[in-house]
Design a protein around this ligand. Structure first.
Ligand code: APR
Length: 257
């Protein structure tokens, strides 16, 4: 991608007083985690209608499918690690240039790369733990991996026997209230909104860049495939986040930002 676009992004970030970053599955593909709608993505190989919240709570077979996909070898592997795009966003935070990072991802790679927990807003929950749908007890996902590898197919809460569910938001499940409201507030109060690796087709998450635009913020889109907001972007790069973001951070560092 053109060096000029990298410099333009760096100039907008340098001038920004309130930058909100917004990430989707595309920021994690260079860590080996498939996205959902890109080439070879999860929803090009599985039917999303089989992975709804309703099916999860009603059907033991559907729960088995969920656990196999979510903890199998195709999605978030146990040894997955951040890539240069995650580290670049953590660096922007260290440079004092990040108001917050709104993520749709459940892989925990932003925090693993050094983004502060209080800066990351998880709109779609997290795969780092499972939650009992009856008593609310939480269990580290490593425990669930262990039980499933020992042949457990429909994990139940050891405390109350209730259904255990990954703490990631499923289709048809209600969104986390505080995170959704806070993401909207931050999107409406930023002066620069940077989309990284999202198709922007899942709502209400995809409202966030639109809130930012309505509030007069400038928009940067870094995404491999086109999105519905491409023509509204002040700067658009169809490229790999792991290549673009580190170059932007490098320019900012050389400029002494
Ligand atoms: N760099 C930049 N963009 C990338 C890269 C990369 N290395 N790899 C993939 N992309 C782009 C793809 O071209 C695609 O447009 O990232 C986008 C990812 O889009 P989706 O797969 O739809 O992921 P996302 O937008 O996060 O999906 C939102 O849908 O299934 C639900 O809950 C799930 O949070 C997810 C939500």
């Amino acid at each position: 991608m053109g060096k000029e676009s990298i410099y333009k992004i760096a100039r907008l970030i340098a001038a920004s007083k309130k930058l909100v970053a917004f990430s989707g599955a595309g920021i994690s593909t260079e860590s080996g985690i498939p996205d959902f709608r890109g080439p070879g993505g999860i929803w090009t190989r599985y039917d999303p209608d089989d992975f709804t919240y309703q099916k999860f709570i009603q059907d033991a077979e559907a729960r088995k499918k969920h656990w196999n996909l979510l903890l199998g070898s195709e999605f978030i592997k146990p040894d997955v690690s951040p890539n240069p795009a995650h580290y670049a966003l953590a660096e922007l935070e260290r440079m004092g240039k990040l108001d917050c990072l709104i993520t749709q991802n459940v892989d925990g790679l932003h925090e693993m790369a050094g983004s502060s927990k209080d800066k990351v807003i998880h709109l779609h929950g997290t795969m780092e733990r499972a939650k009992c749908l009856s008593c609310g007890n939480l269990y580290p996902i490593e425990e669930l991996r262990a039980w499933l590898s020992q042949g457990v197919e429909d994990p139940r809460c050891p405390k109350c026997g209730g259904l255990l569910k990954p703490d990631a938001v499923l289709f048809g499940e209600s969104m986390p209230v505080w995170e959704t409201r806070e993401a909207q507030r931050r999107s409406q109060n930023c002066d620069l909104f940077v989309v990284v690796g999202s198709s922007l087709v899942v709502y209400p998450a995809a409202l966030m860049p639109r809130y930012a635009l309505e509030s007069g913020a400038k928009l940067i889109v870094v995404n491999q495939l086109p999105t519905d907001l491409d023509e509204k972007a002040d700067i658009l790069i169809h490229g790999k986040a792991g290549e673009v973001l580190p170059q932007v951070v490098e320019v900012l560092k050389q400029a002494g930002v």
